[in-house]
Design a protein around this ligand. Structure first.
Ligand SMILES: [Fe+2]
Length: 406
């Protein structure tokens, strides 16, 4: 019998660093009398094993430097929920949202003037800032960074000295922090979710033909009432080669469409599904349901005022008001335009201690699993929830606003 993914990971663990036990996800007491519907983390033999996984050395050092209590294991998990209504209860209550980028100096002098270097990595998307520490940004610089992210869609900072707590604090500037009811998090820092493909492999085996680690194009947390605005991932540990992340521009994907086709999708709505299934208290015998929200297919970014395509292959289910065949055809085309044009994408090679901050309103992203889990990759992710998506027919495209031509 072949060893389980967990056993393999244990056997291959380096011995330089202490082994911290993995915590198990806590189960909602109500759910012990109910069938499990939590499909993300299925029950398996592996979950009955005493699970250990070595925290990669640089990650452990970062966590210890930040004073994270690892005495009860790592990472921590939210309580597993049974009921849809309990999951909805965790969403932000109705509130106004002012995008920090919308109040920034359009020239962004405080931010860009303080940087040693500002490198645009591709023509339409992706900028690297050199010589600034995210933890030291002033309120004005944070607003200007919000605008820069809105304009360039993803912004990178290498060589950061950043604790999970500081990362969480910065995320609060850009919106309500997403407190996940699914993803593991740094003990004591519930908004700092743990991105650790080796941990994912303990419940979802992966191989070359079935790659792991977020290797499908997607946006983060699109199914909420207030979907994700900015995601900030900080990687303390990355493979020597491989594990790049790619982003594609939703502004540019929209601009790739003919003006006639834009008229077909402008003002339409699509259903976005969450990844986890629950039971509903209003219909407990009705079978598993996921959180679903209807959002505009084309949305406008509140800081730039530019139109962006808002679809992704992983979570956009169907267009409202269209027959399934029509919806499948249109969405399939939109996914292809978004994913398959290299001139509207940026591919980023990580180095340890790098932060990427991107806008889920105007991008999709995917991770290359070419390292096949042979080297550790570990980081923390903070998601800031932004406005309720909206469409404005009068809003310009990015190319129109910047005078770039058709
Ligand atoms: Fe993601």
């Amino acid at each position: 019998m072949s060893p389980s993914a967990t056993e393999t990971l244990i056997r291959e663990a380096p011995t330089k660093y202490p082994i911290i036990p993995l915590r198990q996800q806590k189960t909602d007491p109500i759910s012990t009398e109910q069938p499990t519907t939590h499909l993300e983390i299925p029950e398996s033999k592996e979950q009955n094993l005493e699970r250990h996984l070595p925290i990669p050395g640089p990650a452990l050092e970062r966590l210890q430097r930040a004073g994270i209590d690892l005495s009860n294991g790592y990472p921590d998990y939210p309580r597993k929920l049974t009921w849809l209504e309990d999951a909805l209860e965790l969403e932000p209550k109705d509130r106004e949202y002012v995008d920090p980028g919308s109040r920034a100096d359009p020239d962004k002098k405080a931010l860009l003037g303080a940087a040693k270097e500002v490198r645009h990595l591709a023509k339409h998307i992706g900028t690297e800032i050199v010589g600034l520490q995210l933890k030291d940004l002033t309120p004005q610089q944070k607003d200007e960074l919000g605008l820069l992210i809105a304009e360039r869609s993803v912004v990178f900072f290498r060589d950061q000295d950043l604790s999970p707590q500081q990362q969480q604090e910065l995320g609060k500037w850009y919106g309500d922090i997403d407190i996940s009811h699914v993803n593991p998090y740094v003990p004591g820092v519930p908004g700092a979710q743990v991105i650790w493909p080796d941990l994912m492999r303990t419940s979802k085996p992966a191989d070359f033909r079935h790659p792991g680690g977020n290797s499908r194009w997607h946006t983060d947390e699109g199914h909420g009432k207030y979907p994700a605005g900015i995601t900030h991932v900080h990687h303390d540990t990355v493979p020597d080669i491989g594990g790049d992340t790619l982003w594609a521009s939703g502004y540019s994907a929209y601009e790739k469409l003919s003006p006639s086709f834009r008229k077909v999708i402008d003002g339409q709505y699509a259903v976005i599904k969450g990844s986890v299934q629950f039971l509903s208290k209003s219909n407990p015998t009705g079978g598993p349901v996921s959180i679903e929200r209807t959002h505009p297919l084309v949305r406008v970014h509140p800081a730039t005022g530019w139109k962006s395509l808002y679809v992704n292959r992983s979570w956009t289910s169907h267009i409202v008001g269209f027959d399934k065949a029509e919806s499948d055809l249109i969405l399939g085309y939109l996914f292809d335009v978004y994913e398959k044009n290299p001139d509207i994408q940026v591919r980023f090679q990580w180095t340890p201690r790098t932060s990427a901050l991107w806008d889920n309103r105007t991008t999709i992203h995917v991770v290359s699993w070419d390292y096949e889990g042979e080297e550790p990759r570990h980081g923390t992710r903070v998601i800031s929830l932004a406005e309720k998506p909206y469409f404005d027919a009068k809003a310009p495209t990015r190319r129109e606003a910047l005078g770039l031509g058709e």
